[in-house]
Design a binder for this molecule. Sequence first.
Ligand code: SAH
Ligand code: SF4
Length: 404
Amino acid sequence: MANLALLRRRSREAITPEVRVAPDRAEGETQLLGASREELAACLAAAGVPDAQIKMRVAQLWHWLYIRGVDDYGAMANVAAPVRAALADRFPIGSAEMVDEQISTDGTRKWLLRFPARGPGAPVEVETVYIPEENRGTLCVSSQVGCTLNCTFCHTGTQRLVRNLTAHEIVEQVVFARRRLGDFAGGPGASGGPATGRMVSNIVLMGMGEPLYNFDHVKAAMAVASDGDGLSLSKRRITLSTSGVVPMIERVGREMGVMLAISLHAVRDEVRDVLVPLNKKYPIAELMDACRAYPGLSNARRITFEYVMLKGVNDSLADARALVELIRGIPAKINLIPFNSWPGSPYECSDWETIEDFADIVNRAGYASPVRTPRGQDILAACGQLRSESKKLSARERRAAEPA
Ligand code: SAH
Ligand code: SF4
């Protein structure tokens, strides 16, 4: 526990900023990827398409964007050439540029994607990670550049929030990955991938950022990702992970209908206050109440509680017993995550023996508790290791970056 006192002091200094970052959807230009059908209809109208054709054209665009995954208007064979030209003049399909791709020895891939500036900011970079397994392929998607919260064990938490990602940028991470993996109709991916027949069968909102501080964009993006005529990811295969933004949890179930994961990590407020400083605002008891009230909760739709194993901090057998008491009555899975260290991180991962003993107690209480195998550690792609070089610009830097 020696480092806990030090960290408690540090976490007091970095008290959770109560920042609700406003959506910035209105800023910058519209891209087709990530737009709703209504927004696509508005793009078509702006490009001069007559009202009577709009519904048909929306369906055509949706097919090219999300079934065929094209990145070029030229490929949209059944869209009349003048319509394509008018759209191409006004609306780019996407805006991501791949800056880097790393492939781990275990097949995990990490991409660094750059998106252009929105409003007066600078271009931003985010990381997206693909984790192939035998029976699924999971894409770990970022929702923000950096994070306003300062969980003391998380690398992203050391990067200040630069900005929210737009719905477009969240969807484009999915479309980019599927293109890159040959996962669209006619692509090569289907034969070499997981047994689901799709390279990307699952999405987890567990990349950079706190998705519930970017609710509107995340919600719009997941509506596109789960649309049955397009990317068609089942809502049961989309998991949103939150550090515990209590007032937004009910809306996740009611408005998004995706699976919920809670970054719990501690069973006592004095420990969780340090690990997840947001706990000072929304303590454990309130978080548990929100979980019990989660719309749609059932044995078939359980909440996943994530618990990072930190040596000497939260990994005692008493903690394990308190954990099962805490979640009693909630249909739940517990995901034990061996701590992934990063340069300068203040914690160590629990010993394997300790993790196994901890998992035993949880299992014996009747909860599935898979220990998450660290993936992509050699390329710093594992949970909590993501961090980009994007920086928040000061007002002076922003003025200097603006065109004269
Ligand atoms: N902001 C959201 C989602 C992103 S983090 C959240 O906090 O839930 C995804 C998961 O990785 C969270 O459970 C987070 O607590 C965990 N995590 C963060 N840093 C980690 C690290 N260094 N090792 C292991 N897991 C970590
Ligand atoms: Fe942000 Fe989640 Fe990292 Fe906490 S664990 S700093 S909420 S990304």
